[in-house]
Design a protein around this ligand. Sequence first.
Ligand SMILES: [Zn+2]
Length: 130
Amino acid sequence: MFCIKCGTQLPEEANFCMKCGHPQTPVVTQPPAEETQWEHCKIDCIQVKEKWSLFGKEILQFVARKEGCPDHIAASKTFQLSGFEIGCPSEKSKLHRTTLQELVDQLKKDSWEPSETRPSVWYRLQFRRR
Ligand SMILES: [Zn+2]
């Protein structure tokens, strides 16, 4: 490569010209930081009730809570596990996932969008909204 100012031949990786000192890489100006305030919400799975009968029953709820004010519930979905599902992990997780999907759809309809953060637990999805 050649210096963009004086034309001196420079090594390819040169950041500055060895002769005139002119920087060889244009200075990238960062666009101003986005000032939009995002609302955040996080999904949690809570156990509402555990009522064991002959067939077993467990009531669970996926709750999307707004960060900063845990009393504000953006959306929630309750679902019930029967003894059959509790005894069968694949059925149990199928029910978990369909319920979670319903909650996600509800949030999206409400203009929440998934934020980039990878959840630490699979159901702990995070959403944000302007
Ligand atoms: Zn130069």
